[in-house]
Design a protein around this ligand. Structure first.
Ligand SMILES: Nc1ncnc2c1ncn2[C@@H]1O[C@H](COP(=O)(O)OP(=O)(O)OP(=O)(O)O)[C@@H](O)[C@H]1O
Ligand SMILES: [Mg+2]
Length: 510
């Protein structure tokens, strides 16, 4: 089926982009129509972010041709792409933290008139755009630093609209959003496309692609393996086999009856843990070999609770014990065998310019406890084994982490704790940005750790993930743990009800 050339706004043919030692794009074909949501699918490292950075003028293609609105297109800079009507919302948001919402929204505009007048008009125009995005409550003068991730994304979107973009590219926008915020994002996308604006949408969540997408192009190893598939009706196994070259399902390792360790001695005991304004009176226990999952919305206090258990935040009240010992600092936590893979890998977890193997063998994200290795070749060999387990791509562990794709960086964060010695693992959104195939590997790895006696406390926004992985589920809402159940005695609808409305409260939530 060929579309009439008139409504094709963007066309890429044979696009190639190499980095030293990597052919990130190896002949990409892509065709985007006016007013459609065109989804890009592909495993971690397939080239999706590289492709959109070529469109955004961040990278320059080595070969191939791009036409945009019927003209040859090779943007020399991000500003040039913006001026041509292509706006990008990056996987790692690129806002300036110390500028205001309005300044960020109008960043890159020619500034010719007097400062004062301009400031008033940009504020007013930003307010208009924010209202159009359904977020009139965000003050234009507020510093971007103080906004939550979802708010920052709205500012990125405001910037796209301030430039009258005709194509908006979104690289895993939903990865930082809670359930209801994804709904708002989709509403915005529908309004944009109704005005003829085209959207390129990248996500690892197939349900989203089915919901918002019109057509799908699949990349594998830098090449287009399928183009213009219907987003709603293409069977999942076809999409997955185009992405991976094999057929894998989104599976959780089976729970065998002998797996139930919920009766053992507690490894982690948390009593009445409180941080003013974040969470209150949290009590929970994790036994050796047990996987406990916390479900809850972004902002419910889940991440703060995990960080406080780890000693990275100071509790106002309550106690944390690991194997009977009271833990008050990260140093003590790590010494006694606690590990944590935090939510924000860039700011909290990774030394981006260091080699993969160095990052994997650091035993704590604060760098508090140094790597136990004295011999670099052993260190590398240990890291290479973990890289195999997690299907890290590329497998070469001497590369700097900065050159890895988003999902592969996430694997390094988790991989750090597989190297041994960890008794209790705290995982905050462990599969964020990880592709369908690698997810299955990661689930298996988490199961194997538990089978080996490691206790796991896991936070995830994806309810099926919590239910599929955990032995026991805790539900958190507005800073309170409001419900607890064995994973096989609670279903997704119930968890969502609890998370959204707290409608099945057991006793007093306070
Ligand atoms: N600046 C860079 N220098 C070297 N290699 C890079 C650089 N940026 C990306 N790569 C490599 O290019 C390939 C494609 O990466 P890209 O970030 O485009 O993947 P992706 O499809 O967006 O993956 P993910 O789903 O994990 O975000 C990977 O092998 C990656 O390691
Ligand atoms: Mg990417």
């Amino acid at each position: 089926m060929t579309s009439s050339p008139a409504d094709v706004v963007l066309k890429l043919e044979g696009v190639v982009k190499t980095f030293p030692g990597v052919r990130a794009l190896d002949g990409v074909e892509l065709e985007v129509r006016e007013g459609e949501v065109h989804c890009l699918l592909g495993q971690n490292g397939a080239g999706k972010s590289t492709l959109i950075k070529v469109l955004a003028g961040v990278h320059h293609a080595d070969e191939g041709s791009i036409s945009w609105q019927g003209q040859p297109f090779a943007p020399a800079s991000p500003q040039a792409a913006m001026r041509a009507g292509i706006a990008t919302i990056y996987q790692e948001l690129d806002l300036v933290d110390d500028l205001s919402v309005a300044e960020n929204a109008f960043l890159g505009h020619e500034q010719s008139r007097a400062g004062f007048l301009r400031r008033r008009t940009t504020s007013a125009r930003t307010r208009e755009i924010l209202a159009r995005l359904g977020h009139a409550q965000i003050p234009p003068r507020r510093l971007v630093r103080s906004l939550p991730a979802a708010g920052k994304q709205i500012v990125s979107m405001a910037r796209a609209l301030s430039h009258d973009a005709r194509l908006i590219v979104m690289d895993e926008p939903s990865a930082v959003l809670a359930h209801d915020e994804v709904e708002n994002l989709f509403r915005i996308i529908r309004e944009l496309t109704a005005q003829g604006i085209a959207v390129i949408y990248i996500s690892h969540r197939l349900e989203e692609i089915r919901d918002i997408g019109d057509r799908v192009t699949v990349l594998k190893d830098g090449r287009t393996t399928a183009a213009n598939l219907p987003a709603r009706d293409t069977p999942t196994r076809d999409l997955v086999s185009r992405m991976t070259g094999r057929t894998i399902e989104y599976v959780f390792p089976p729970r065998t009856p002998g797996d139930d360790r919920t009766g053992g001695e507690p490894l982690l005991e948390v009593e009445g843990l409180t941080r003013e304004g974040e969470f209150a009176d949290a009590s929970l226990a994790v036994r050796a070999g047990e996987i406990v999952g916390i479900a809850g919305l972004v902002g419910s206090g889940r991440s703060e609770l995990l960080e406080t258990i780890f000693g990275a935040r100071k509790a106002d009240a309550g106690t944390v014990k690991l194997g009977g010992r009271t833990i008050r600092s990260i140093g003590a936590a790590v010494r006694h065998g606690m590990g944590m893979a935090p939510e924000e890998r860039k700011s909290q977890a990774l030394l981006l310019d260091e080699a993969i193997y160095r990052n994997m063998t650091l035993s704590s994200f604060s760098g508090y406890a140094r790597s136990g290795f004295t011999d670099t070749s052993k260190e590398r060999a240990a890291a290479a084994k973990t890289a195999d387990q997690l299907e890290l791509r590329p497998r070469d562990v001497t590369r700097p982490v900065r050159t890895l794709s988003g999902g592969n960086q996430q694997k390094v964060v988790v991989g750090r704790w597989l190297l041994g010695g960890t008794k209790l693992l705290l995982l905050d959104e462990p599969t964020r940005g990880v592709d369908v195939g690698a997810r299955a590997e990661l689930y298996q790895v988490i199961h194997d750790l538990a089978a080996g006696g490691v206790g796991v406390l896991l936070v995830s926004s994806e309810v099926p993930e919590v239910l599929g992985l955990a032995d026991r589920v805790l539900v958190m809402r507005e800073g309170h743990l409001i419900h607890e159940a064995p994973a096989d005695e609670i279903d997704e609808a119930t968890v969502l009800d609890l998370v959204m409305a707290g409608s099945l409260l057991e006793g007093d939530p306070a």
